[in-house]
Design a protein around this ligand. Structure first.
Ligand SMILES: Cc1cc2nc3c(=O)[nH]c(=O)nc-3n(C[C@H](O)[C@H](O)[C@H](O)COP(=O)(O)OP(=O)(O)OC[C@H]3O[C@@H](n4cnc5c(N)ncnc54)[C@H](O)[C@@H]3O)c2cc1C
Length: 305
């Protein structure tokens, strides 16, 4: 086994930069598995990694169709670890590889140290309420959370090694891809955030909250059910463990219960106001000022500011 090699894969070339930094920080030689345009392979060499290049992904193939080729390379190279990113497409590839190779896969990894012939890894559990540390053996696949390893200046340029194995389309055929038209909003820059939860009651009330926030020079954020369940606001507006994080001067939660999966996205706010008709809502214990009030009345009051 070549313990010095740490293999990496990702669906876009730019993602290999952080993976290569992580591999070096762990004392390994970063070796990228990559299929896609040759320019992508060249970009990855600029991150100081050797690239095992499998050629273009053929038309109609899916992201996960790289799996048989990557599996062959991993079995041959016997790396110390395999690194990728915590993201949907890479997780799909990781899961399939883990099953074929018979190795563990750990998601959302925020810390790694080499230990024995494997590694100790830490990652968030219970929706972000706790950090768990686990021991994995050699060859485990770790999906790193973004920003887990600091970027470093790289001067060395890696080689491209052309692999003979081509990527073949699998059972699912890609028919078309269209860009989704979704509003983007810079919540991170907002000094005042009015956050609406399910207690807001209606799309009309969400519209009122938007008008009030803009009048105050702020922005509207929401809980996940408002974006993913009701669809009253874009997904880019929900806060929490699987959404955005904000650090405003003031956060006003209207009809927000305050579950931990949400509060990890707002607990850096300087001042928190919770408005809820239930005085026992968890956010009431997580705020500077709690107001027991119906959402309709709250919007009337805020609208007069
Ligand atoms: C793995 C996982 C990840 C998750 N990630 C996220 C995440 O990133 N972000 C996130 O937000 N959630 C996330 N969730 C969901 C989270 O657990 C909560 O379910 C969600 O935040 C609750 O949203 P809510 O407060 O809008 O709704 P609810 O929990 O239904 O609360 C509604 C609140 O409104 C109050 N209310 C009702 N009517 C009125 C009224 N007329 N006037 C005033 N108040 C009223 C109620 O008393 C209640 O407190 C995640 C869950 C899981 C399992």
């Amino acid at each position: 086994m070549n313990m010095a090699q740490i293999l990496m894969f990702a669906d876009v070339p730019s993602a290999y930069e952080e993976l290569a930094c992580a591999a070096r920080a762990l004392g390994g030689e970063p070796v990228a598995l990559y299929a896609g345009p040759r320019a992508g392979a060249e970009e990855i060499t600029g991150y100081g990694a050797k690239v095992l290049y499998f050629g273009e992904i053929p038309a109609g193939a899916m992201a996960e169709d790289v799996v048989p080729a990557y599996e062959t390379a991993i079995k041959r190279e016997q790396p110390a670890l395999v690194l990728s990113r915590a993201g949907k497409r890479d997780a799909l590839v990781a899961g399939r590889l883990a099953v074929r190779l018979g190795v563990p896969v750990v998601n959302d990894v925020s810390g790694v140290t080499m230990a024995g012939d494997g590694a100790e890894v830490s990652h968030m559990v219970y929706g972000g309420a706790a950090i768990r540390t686990e021991r994995v053996g050699a060859g485990a696949i770790l999906l790193l959370a973004a920003g887990s390893f600091p970027a470093e200046e790289v001067t060395a340029v890696g080689d491209i090694v052309d692999e003979a194995i081509a990527i073949e389309p699998g059972a699912v055929k890609l028919v078309s891809t269209e860009e989704r038209q979704e509003e983007t909003v810079d919540l991170g820059a907002a000094k005042c955030v009015i956050c609406v939860g399910r207690g807001i009651g209606s799309a009309e009330n969400v519209q009122k909250a938007l008008e009030i926030a803009h009048k105050l020079g702020g922005e509207v954020a929401c809980t996940r059910p408002i974006a993913e369940g009701e669809g009253w606001l874009a997904r880019s507006r929900y806060l929490g463990v699987s959404g955005a994080t904000v650090k405003p001067q003031i956060y006003i939660g209207v009809g927000v219960s305050g579950q931990v999966q949400h509060t990890v996205g707002m607990n850096e706010a300087a001042y928190v106001v919770a408005i809820n008709k239930d005085k026992n809502a968890p956010l009431m214990k997580h705020c500077d000022m709690g107001i027991v009030m119906d959402a309709d009345t709250a919007l009337d009051v805020l609208g007069r500011l």
